[in-house]
Ligand binder design. Structure first.
Ligand code: SD4
Length: 294
């Protein structure tokens, strides 16, 4: 039987935040507090160029951020998309999730809301991200060929405390994306889904590919049908990959994490190695999923 507080998250960059969040859960913090803590720790870290501060910019040189939060007990969802200069987009997404209307906001409308609610603003473009942008701009690469792994990962955190499940995601999306572009990450059912009566799932990789299969919802529903969580991840990812292949899409890379309502976890990837993190309240460890494409 899994212990009371369990969390799973994407990529090595989530390790420190998840370690701290795991301890927070054990010492009595709420599930939203733990999830927000772990996502914010990545957003605030300048070193991670795919989320929050220091994120790589769009092709106009501006950092545009996407984040979402979903509560598995109430199915409440909040999301912000393509927002600029908001220090912690996940906090705004969480705040929005309590609203019955206008809970998913884009661009200037989202920024207006964040300002009115007193959230912190900051110039999110660091000197090193700007320098990388200046170099990249001279290369004039074909946007259609960009993959998610040219420096771009999304932090996704799924947690369970008692029987309460929830998830949060945050990203700066694809490097050199068109202004206004969003991927799967802030889209319910594609980048994330949580329902405490079944389970939760979240995705990272090329958003345009992931959203075609509503992967996070597909995995959650597979778990609801009674398929074991690891199997659900593998089956849904493989089925979607095959479908994309028949349509002639190359595999730009997709990875998923999931948890069932008992707290069992799973992960799958189309990459040769996808690091993810699990904190079970006692310890926090990095695991590597490996893509089996045959
Ligand atoms: C996006 N899914 O914006 C994100 C990027 C990502 O690993 O997760 N990359 O499409």
């Amino acid at each position: 039987r899994p212990p009371r507080g369990i969390m799973i998250s994407t990529w090595r960059m989530s390790y420190q935040g998840l370690t701290e969040a795991g301890k927070l859960l054990v010492s009595g913090s709420t599930l939203p507090e733990a999830i927000l803590h772990s996502v914010k720790s990545v957003e605030d870290n300048e070193k991670y160029v795919s989320v929050g501060y220091g994120g790589l910019p769009n092709r106009e040189g501006e950092v545009e951020l996407d984040a979402a939060y979903m509560d598995g007990n109430t199915l409440e969802v909040g999301a912000v998309m393509a927002v600029k200069q908001i220090k912690n987009p996940i906090e705004v997404a969480y705040d929005l999730s309590h609203k019955k209307r206008s809970s998913v906001l884009v661009g200037t409308g989202a920024e207006m809301y964040a300002r009115q609610r007193g959230f912190a603003f900051k110039n999110m473009l660091t000197e090193s991200s700007f320098q990388r942008y200046l170099k990249e701009r001279t290369l004039d690469k074909d946007e259609e060929k960009r993959t998610a792994y040219e420096g771009h990962d999304t932090v996704c955190v799924i947690g369970r405390s008692g029987e309460h499940m929830a998830c949060g995601v945050s990203t700066s999306g694809l490097y050199m994306k068109h202004p206004g572009r969003i991927g799967d990450s802030p889209l319910i059912g594609s980048g994330f889904y949580a329902d405490s009566s079944a389970g939760a799932a979240a995705a990272t990789g090329v958003g345009e590919d992931i959203m075609k299969g509503c992967l996070s919802f597909a995995i959650t529903e597979k778990i609801r049908e009674g398929v074991a969580v690891q199997e659900a991840c593998e089956q849904c990812l493989l089925q979607h990959l095959r479908r994309l292949e028949t349509l002639g899409y190359g595999n730009g890379g997709m990875s998923v994490i999931a948890m069932d309502k008992e707290g069992n976890t799973g992960a799958a990837t189309t990459l040769s190695a996808f690091p993810f993190v699990i904190s079970d309240g006692k310890e926090c460890k990095i695991y590597i999923a490996s893509g089996n494409q045959e």
